[in-house]
Design a protein around this ligand. Structure first.
Ligand code: GTP
Ligand code: SPV
Ligand code: MN
Length: 592
């Protein structure tokens, strides 16, 4: 365990609040975790899957009312309301602590209190940070043991320091009316009650690595972003790294693990995954921006994942993986989800725990799905066939390009390059995307989601934009180039016009070539767009006219877009940096 007084005092405080039957420190020891798996199986919390086909894998179902992040019940409890900004729910921290302590009081009775020391980032890395999560859920312990580095090694690295994040989770009765996900940035503290699902309860992930860490990054001069990190190796063996921010369920895991088209593989191109969801980035000694992935596993969207769309993700789930809210194929005790293959299981239990009737399945009606649209796998990063050799080193990889993107059926072209860092920050701040099943609420509604951080920024978003501009000033001519992509343009029948997935490599190659001054583009009002002939279509069944249409920048549509950005900017009032206001004025002038 530990002699760290700050840790022991906090553990005692929470213990006397929740009144557990017993206490268990998570040591990181495999035998301890194995014991917890066995216990969870004995109570039905987990189901053991086919040991031959899916060794070490388990299935878990959450309550049907608890299947996604809950943005309307997520709070940033800074002391001043102003510091949470217009995009976050806020509550006075004193009031919220009291409310949450009242909700959690006594709720561990009959339960065990698990104490999980965890490191975000390789233990001992100068970019890593430590947290401790207290929970009454074995599911949380086992997921955290995949998603982060846990156990005694973390406490050793912490020593007597008080520099750690307090994460307290109580599942209580999983009552949606009393569900709260609260961050206290000034106290390095998180409290989550009445949920037992993913991003709400794996407190190292969105709560710490984005909401708390974005605030820390602002104060300490670094960045915590909702970004994948991808290495692209060219035939000469040089690896360039890009980081990309897409909103939830918009393709980060897919891009992070994509397999390049055959003609590029034959030439010797390779892809290396550093991270699929979160990047922590700092300026290195050489003045460039370096990124680490603070996580140790993937909490990925299951539906749509198959050997063709994301072979590497599927491979990653073949052992030691926890599946949440997918379908249970009883014919061989494995799992299934929509898009895994075309063989609808004839003897399966759906994500709600009911017998699934394949004959009633209608892919356009989500209520008939066997797996929940936001069902997920929790897979160890080491399982990924293309995991980067840099992944575990903790020094970080130098970022050549930052890519923003989202789901836009119309409007946004396949790819464009911003004209400068400042212009790139404008592009990120104005990002919009159609909502997905990753959060509770309506799906398919276009909303502004700056830098894909709308649900994850732990402070005032106007200050966050200013922080981005400040980082650009510090980076100067070593700053990564900033791009925007959209894999999701649709035709009049609603079909995707760009093949996506591995073929996105064609766009990434243009991006890297642009960073090296090797590719052409035309200047448009919004930025530099490739000419159709600048995107390599080798072996692709796509005509150049279709490509031309998804590269087009329509002035009328973009004038409407500029008006919407103006409306979106109003929220930030005086906190909107003047540079961004100027960028908007320039865009409007360019469109005249
Ligand atoms: P979070 O884990 O929620 O942050 O999601 P993510 O950004 O990692 O998204 P992910 O890669 O899991 O993809 C989400 C969904 O988008 C899946 O159903 C994918 O099949 C689909 N998708 C991903 N990439 C593409 C693409 O290039 N084109 C199309 N059409 N769909 C894609
Ligand atoms: C997301 O919603 O962006 C996720 C899943 O990566 S969760 O961990 O639930 O936030
Ligand atoms: Mn995510």
């Amino acid at each position: 365990m530990t002699t760290n007084k700050t840790v022991l005092e906090w553990v005692d405080e929470i213990k006397s609040l929740v009144n557990p039957d017993s206490v268990m420190w998570i040591t990181g020891d495999e035998a301890q975790l194995e014991g917890l798996r066995a216990e969870a199986v004995s109570t039905g919390e987990l189901e053991k899957l086919n040991e031959q086909l899916l060794p070490g894998c388990y299935l878990h179902r959450t309550k049907p009312n608890d299947v996604a992040r809950v943005e309307d019940r997520t709070f940033i409890c800074s002391r001043e309301k102003e510091n949470a900004g217009p995009t976050n729910n806020w509550c006075d921290p004193r009031e919220m602590y009291k409310k949450l302590y009242d909700i959690a009081r006594g709720t561990y009775k009959g339960r065990t209190m698990y104490i999980i020391p965890f490191s975000m980032g390789p233990i001992g890395s100068p970019l890593a940070k430590i947290g401790i999560e207290i929970t009454d859920s074995i599911y949380v312990v086992l997921n955290m043991a995949i998603m982060t580095r846990v156990g005694d090694r973390v406490l050793e690295a912490l020593g007597d320091s008080n520099d750690w994040v307090r994460g307290f989770h109580a599942k209580c009765d999983v009552d949606p009316e009393n569900r709260y996900i609260c961050q206290f940035p000034e106290d390095n503290a998180i409290i989550s009650v009445n949920s037992a699902y993913g991003g709400n309860v794996l407190l190292g992930k969105k709560c710490f690595a984005l909401r708390i860490a974005s605030y820390q990054g602002w104060k300490e001069g670094w960045m915590a972003e909702h970004m994948l990190i991808l290495g692209i190796e060219n035939p000469r063996g040089e690896v360039k790294y890009v980081a990309a921010a897409f909103p939830s369920a918009c393709g980060k895991t897919n891009l992070a693990m994509m397999i390049p088209p055959k003609y590029l593989r034959d030439k010797g191109y390779k892809v290396w995954t550093v991270g699929d969801d979160i990047a922590w980035m700092r300026i290195g000694k050489d003045g460039r921006l370096y990124a680490i992935n603070p996580e140790n596993g993937f909490f990925g969207v299951a539906p749509g994942t198959n050997a063709k769309s994301n072979f590497n993700a599927l491979e990653s789930t073949k052992k030691n993986t926890i599946f949440t809210n997918v379908a249970h194929d009883l014919s061989n005790n494995t799992v299934w989800w929509e898009g895994l293959n075309k063989d609808l299981p004839q003897n399966a239990i759906d994500w709600r725990g009911n017998k699934w009737d394949a004959s009633k399945f209608d892919k356009n009606d989500k209520s008939t799905c066997a797996a929940h649209p936001n069902s997920r796998f929790t897979a160890p990063a080491v399982n990924c066939p293309c995991i980067s050799p840099e992944f575990d080193k903790g020094e970080g990889v130098p970022i050549s390009a930052i890519i923003f993107g989202g789901r836009r059926a119309k409007c946004t072209p396949l790819v464009y390059q911003s004209k400068s860092w400042e212009n790139g920050v404008f592009v990120g701040s104005a990002m919009a995307s159609e909502t997905t099943a990753a959060a509770a609420g309506a799906v398919g509604v276009v909303r502004r989601d700056p830098m894909a951080m709308l649900p994850f920024c732990g402070y005032h978003m106007g200050d966050y934009f200013a922080h981005w501009l400040e980082m650009g000033k510090k980076l100067g001519d070593k700053a990564p180039k900033i791009f925007n992509v959209n894999w999701f343009r649709t035709d009049d029948e609603g079909n995707f016009m760009w093949p996506g997935f591995g073929d996105n490599m064609r766009v990434i190659n243009w991006i890297i070539d642009r960073c090296e001054g090797k590719a052409d583009a035309v200047e448009t009002p919004i930025g530099f767009v490739p000419r159709p002939e600048d995107i390599d279509l080798t072996d692709l069944d796509m005509d150049i006219e279709t490509l031309r249409s998804i590269l087009a920048v329509d002035k009328d549509i973009w004038s409407k877009e500029a008006a919407e950005i103006e409306e979106h900017y109003k929220k930030f009032g005086d906190k909107l940096p003047k540079e961004l206001r100027n960028q908007l004025e320039t865009l409007k002038a360019n469109l005249k």
